[in-house]
Write a protein that binds this ligand. Sequence first.
Ligand SMILES: Nc1ncnc2c1ncn2[C@@H]1O[C@H](COP(=O)(O)OP(=O)(O)OP(=O)(O)O)[C@@H](O)[C@H]1O
Ligand SMILES: Cc1ncsc1CCO
Ligand SMILES: [Mg+2]
Length: 274
Amino acid sequence: MTTPISEFPFTLLADELQRVRANTPLVHVLTNEVVQCFTANTLLAVGASPAMVVAKEEVADFAAIADALLINVGTLYAERLESMNLAIAAANAAGTPWVLDPVAVGVLSYRTEAAKAMLALKPAAIRGNGSEIIALAAGMGLAQSNHVGKGVDSTASSNAALSAAQALAQATGAIVAVTGAIDYITDGEKTWSVELGHPLMTKVVGTGCALSAVVAAFVADAPNRLDAVTAACALIALAGERAVECADGPGTFVAPFLDALHIIHPNQLRQVGV
Ligand SMILES: Nc1ncnc2c1ncn2[C@@H]1O[C@H](COP(=O)(O)OP(=O)(O)OP(=O)(O)O)[C@@H](O)[C@H]1O
Ligand SMILES: Cc1ncsc1CCO
Ligand SMILES: [Mg+2]
């Protein structure tokens, strides 16, 4: 059973956005080298405060003072993995929620093993595409790994990964968001479906990665993590839809996407809804 976003109270989405803007959460971002700037700009446009602190000498100190941490394994290598594990340990010690983006997990064994080990470290949320979520679930014996990704791109629809997402949420205690044409956000019991967004969003690198950073911003001090992650997914998809209205293609998508995120006001969401 899934509940469509049209039943997600608009006031809740507005309230979530207002909460994030009021708190301007400091988001510690350990992400891949492709999407750093776009991710930082997306967080700023939403109203959060990004910082890409990566040195192993600094990550523990910073994770302890940040409001949330993002771990994205898109361009993983040994030194970065060491930093990530130090940051996660410090975040957990400080009670700071952290989010896992398992980019291309299932395709390559090094990152698949690294992400699998991270699952035991209690992420607050996991956000990935269909192939990635199926692979994570398969690594725990919860699904069959029958949709290995094509590099960072999914070969599975989010629909095909829904039961894997629900099982993964139950097994890890994380909120799991599996994204694609429809985003599903689940705590293993309740599942929201967000049928918003536009296929052009897959033609611009890093929309999913940036969404994961926004998920981190929303889970910071969240009264309800399922609502927070659902609101983050809905917000990014809505901004994508609005951007497409004034974009000619991928090259002209990014500027109106950032503008839409910056301009969207909670009161607008209260009036018109999703
Ligand atoms: N076919 C689609 N139709 C509508 N919206 C889409 C579609 N595919 C993706 N989206 C939107 O793009 C967002 C990013 O999801 P996607 O599943 O493409 O991430 P991803 O594969 O991890 O991307 P990346 O690794 O490039 O950052 C989704 O949350 C959704 O809003
Ligand atoms: C293209 C790409 N390669 C490694 S990470 C990344 C960003 C999209 O996930
Ligand atoms: Mg991705």
